[in-house]
Design a protein around this ligand. Sequence first.
Ligand SMILES: Nc1ncnc2c1ncn2[C@@H]1O[C@H](COP(=O)(O)OP(=O)(O)OP(=O)(O)O)[C@@H](O)[C@H]1O
Ligand SMILES: [Mg+2]
Length: 392
Amino acid sequence: MGSIIENELFSSSVIKDLHALDFDYVPAELPHRTEPLKKLAQMFKPLLTNIAQNAFIRGPVGTGKTALTKHFCQSLVQIARKQGTMIEYIHINCRKRSTDAMVLLGVLTHFDSRFPDRGFSVQEMLQVLRTHLQRKEAQLLLVLDEADALLKKSGSNLIYDLTRFNDETMKTSNPVSVIMISQKDVFTELDAAALSTFKRSNAVVLEKYARDELCDIVRQRVGLAFHANTVLGESVDLIADIASEFGDARFSIELLWKAGMYADEKHAKQVVPEHVRAAKAETYSVVTETKLKNLGKHQLLTLLSVAKRLQKDGTAYANTGEVEKTYAITCEEYNEETRAHTMFWNYLKDIEQAGFIQVKLSGKGQLGTSQRISLPDIPAEVLRSKLEGLLA
Ligand SMILES: Nc1ncnc2c1ncn2[C@@H]1O[C@H](COP(=O)(O)OP(=O)(O)OP(=O)(O)O)[C@@H](O)[C@H]1O
Ligand SMILES: [Mg+2]
């Protein structure tokens, strides 16, 4: 028994740095976020002359809001310090701290880890904050991540207090700047007083990542986290294909991580498309028994042919011409009459519409045999045995 465990513990891994696959890991470069980064830098220029700025960052899940903000704020702090401007940057997650008092407590423990977690009112805590900033001769850059949680639970009092703080500290030059991050537009939840200091124009909106952008993001992560040549290009392509449905970088990195774990589990030297499909299936799969039972016999045979082809070739994509050949052989196996080419195409369309496969034009935009089929959702091996069970 001991040696079994030992073998697994010390078996080689395709992953060289697991930490680089963490969700809170921020890479030194963020591909495809240069424009928003420039915009933030323009917006926050005034901080270098001790004038506060507020901004709002919005975008769907996994579009890099948190990563971009951390990256920007950390850089800004360093650049400002070189110029003799001290900025204290504090990043608060309002999903975890959703009241004014809890946010402020988070802020104060940044300065003093032993600050008592009860016994101070919000106004008193603001006063303590002021003292800290004065003592440090610093300004505050406060990021309220997932700010909608705070606004929903506690309204915009804190935003208002913090911005009023600036009016009072104008002379002492310890201004407070606030960046709010949220998936949704939170302007509707700010009341007029707080709104007046949050200019609508100071918004940075991040869009979902396109397929090729995800490809670059995944490729970067492969370089950071995996040993050289352990992840096939086709695997990266397949991950980008799958994640492009949501435009979510987090999902793509999660797939990469799981595919790597899966490869290790199989003691494979490389992450191949089959491992990506397994990772996807673990996340969620549209291939359920009930959905399969809704397919007709020849649709099942067609899908089985796709699975066989992909399993045999070990590739991310199967050529439709090849699949049609396998389909003919499979029909013979099951004593079914092979249907004509046009029918075969209809079957492909049916199973594509049901979400089992993706069909895309390969290269030159030719019709017919030059289309490529991928199975984004489930390992070919698993699908094959399910189908063989159903067809038996
Ligand atoms: N342009 C990028 N380059 C490299 N990695 C990225 C990029 N954008 C996002 N990521 C990575 O994707 C993951 C998700 O990003 P992030 O946490 O910033 O998303 P988010 O927009 O804050 O999502 P949520 O709304 O769920 O909080 C993180 O691991 C982050 O490092
Ligand atoms: Mg986030």
